[in-house]
Write a protein that binds this ligand. Structure first.
Ligand code: GTP
Ligand code: ZN
Length: 368
């Protein structure tokens, strides 16, 4: 019973799918970033680059005066539409006012016409809320999967956005977008000196110790860095282990800063204990730092070893939502089983979190 067969992940051959056959899930990449950072420029660039993908783009321009301009930029259509429009190169485009769920549902009726979805959030959006809908909306979840969150940071104004103070000590949008990202694009490097660029890079890194950082002008990036990141699923099982190994706990660099904390605890833990640890942290919020402030976790990633599971288990969390999924990577016979977690958030104290983790996973409950 220990070795439950894990379904093998096999690529589905051919583009054509019969009604009865398995359906290929469509990846969604969320493109976020503060107002004017270069999100739409990035989308335009991606749409015009050679990528052999049929991409569907959703522009979420909620409440922004420039929405019309944005649709114009992409569709050359001249008006704000909520209907899908086919571009000359076969890509699809649509501009919406809400968080995009409707648009995606609508889009899925055109299945077969596209193989990738890019969703641009508004500059003030919390990408976590958008990401969450892929977990909550199981209807959506069966058709599509979240591939990654890409945040565009303005090299010129990024620092200012990251340090902006919000009332009641709320986390500003720019920091949240950096904390949640799987890829950061520091754009508009033409507008800053090397020194200014270093400062932005250091601040971004101090918030998110995990994220890959690219620097661009006009959002020109190698698309392989943006698409098919598999940041949330077990297909990244192997590389995630490597990636996690390189993550370091960061030092607060900005005021009231968000930082990254990572640790590695050897052993083989019970799933219920892991759940308890995560729920205390994310739901009960009863884990506090030395000064009594609640630890506020925005993003959680990890690879853990669960008792009774032969394969590594990936942990993913965005705000209050989290998910455990067995990967296709089996623990080897002689391999030391270990649990590595990466947490990004505020008021994080590595030593305290480690202690809480150890105490929780060591605890016996119910059956010996
Ligand atoms: N100098 C410079 N300007 C840039 C660069 N990238 C984009 N821009 C300009 O910056 C402005 C904002 O770019 P957008 O791509 O619309 O930014 P956005 O993030 O989509 O903006 P919102 O949707 O309004 O939040 C545009 O005028 C772009 O032409 C760059 O690398 N350097
Ligand atoms: Zn835009």
């Amino acid at each position: 019973m220990e070795d439950e067969p894990c379904p093998e992940l096999v690529p589905i051959g051919g583009a054509e799918q019969s009604d009865a056959g398995p359906v290929r899930k469509i990846p969604v990449t969320i493109i976020t970033g503060y107002l004017g950072a270069g999100k739409t420029t990035l989308l335009n660039y991606i749409l015009t680059e050679q990528h052999n993908k049929r991409i569907a783009v959703i522009l979420n321009e909620f409440g922004e005066g420039s929405a019309l301009e944005k649709s114009l930029a992409i569709s050359q259509g001249g008006e704000l539409y909520e209907e899908w429009l086919e571009l000359r190169n076969g890509c699809l485009c649509c501009s919406v006012k809400d968080n995009g769920v409707k648009a995606i549902e609508n889009l899925m009726q055109r299945r077969g016409k596209f193989d990738y979805i890019l969703l641009e959030t508004t500059g003030l959006a919390d990408p976590g809320a958008v990401a969450s809908m892929f977990w909550v909306d199981s209807e959506l979840g069966s058709d599509i999967y979240l591939d990654g969150i890409v945040s565009v940071v303005d090299a010129k104004h990024g620092l200012q956005h990251l340090t902006e103070e919000k009332p009641e000590g709320l986390i500003n949008e720019a920091s949240r977008q950096v904390a949640l990202a799987d890829l950061i694009i520091i754009n508009k490097t033409d507008l800053v000196s090397e020194e200014e660029l270093n400062k932005v890079r250091t601040s971004v890194r101090s918030i998110n110790g995990f994220v890959k950082i690219l620097e661009t002008q006009r959002s020109r990036v190698d698309l392989s860095n943006v698409l098919d990141l598999h940041a949330f699923d077990s297909l990244s099982g192997v590389s995630l282990q490597k990636k996690l190994e390189h993550v370091k706990t960061t030092q607060a660099h900005l005021d009231k800063a968000i930082i990254t904390v990572t640790f590695d605890i050897p052993g083989n833990i019970k799933e219920e204990n892991l759940n308890l640890f995560i729920q205390n942290l994310l739901w009960e919020k009863n884990v506090k730092d030395k000064t009594g402030c609640t630890m506020d976790v925005i993003r959680l990633k990890g690879l853990v070893s669960i008792q009774g599971k032969s394969h590594q288990v990936i942990v993913q969390g965005v705000h209050e939502l989290y998910d455990l999924e067995e990967t296709s990577v089996a623990w080897k016979e002689d391999e030391k089983r270990t649990n590595r977690l990466v947490l990004i958030g505020r008021n994080l104290d590595k030593e305290i979190i480690k202690e809480v983790f150890i105490a929780t996973v060591r605890e016996e409950r119910g059956n010996s």
